[in-house]
Design a protein around this ligand. Structure first.
Ligand code: SF4
Length: 250
């Protein structure tokens, strides 16, 4: 198994990477997006696919856009994004919207301005890797203002070394992901965690479950994320020498 980053990147600081990426995908309060769509997830959800992330997960289904975010899409204001999401939701009869694709939280002002414009009868599901919310607890405090917000924190692996192998990021990022869960619990933001378990042994998953329970009892029942071998994912994993399973059996 590769011990240096994820075989593609040397360890990097994910918070610094967020700032570098924001310089590419943000312009004032605007952010780059490449698609707006109705998606089938969560029983139907209006979706805006943004560009730019602070991690480089080898299993990412959107790898090319994560690595080269400036090549795709165009800039949209918070008002435009909220308007498109609301239009999709109303047209399709959905009660939920989200920003997906890459990482929504690296453009904090933009995200908060979008949230301010989503009406209370539409739930906003924030799908995040948690890095920025773990880095600054005032982020969770800002998010706590929105009663129609639900957060899903997707944790990359079950321990520090695994996190670094999967993302190429410094292992401190793993703790930031868990701190995000702590911060969100502290400010009573409805949240659940999802964990990529396809690289973890049952023992590690069990130990991680215990750790999550220690943060908040509701985090114990986390969603198990399974690897999907989209496009070039398998090639990247093999290149990095990572072994994986695609169905977890407890
Ligand atoms: S956090 Fe999500 S968008 Fe970012 S690299 Fe990982 S899987 Fe891709």
């Amino acid at each position: 198994m590769n011990q240096i980053g994820n075989g593609i990147n040397r360890f990097y600081d994910p918070v610094e990477r967020a700032a570098e990426t924001a310089r590419i995908v943000c312009r004032g309060n605007q952010r780059r997006y490449y698609r707006f769509r109705a998606a089938k997830f969560y029983g139907g959800i209006g979706t805006a696919d943004c560009l730019g992330c602070c991690l480089r997960c080898l299993f990412c289904w959107s790898w090319d856009k994560v690595v080269r975010p400036g090549r795709y899409g165009k800039f949209y204001s918070p008002h435009q994004v909220a308007g498109k999401l609301i239009t999709i939701a109303r047209k399709k009869g959905f009660r939920q919207v989200r920003i997906s694709g890459n990482e929504p939280t690296i453009a904090r002002d933009h995200l908060l301005l979008v949230l301010e414009q989503i009406p209370g009868d539409i739930r906003f599901i924030l799908e995040t890797n948690g890095i920025m919310i773990g880095h600054d607890s005032t982020y969770a405090q800002d998010l706590s203002r929105f009663e129609n917000l639900y957060v899903r924190v997707s944790v990359k692996g079950t321990e520090k070394a695994e996190f670094s192998q999967l993302t190429g990021a410094d292992s401190s990022g793993f703790e930031l992901q868990l701190r995000a869960l702590e911060n969100l619990a502290r400010f009573n933001v409805p949240t659940h965690s999802a964990v990529m378990v396809s690289f973890s042994s049952p023992e590690k998953i069990k130990a991680f479950r215990k750790r999550l329970r220690g943060i908040h009892k509701e985090y114990e029942d986390f969603e198990m994320e399974e690897l999907v071998l989209y496009g070039t994912v398998e090639r990247r994993l093999l290149k990095a020498g990572l072994s994986f399973h695609t169905a977890y059996e407890p």
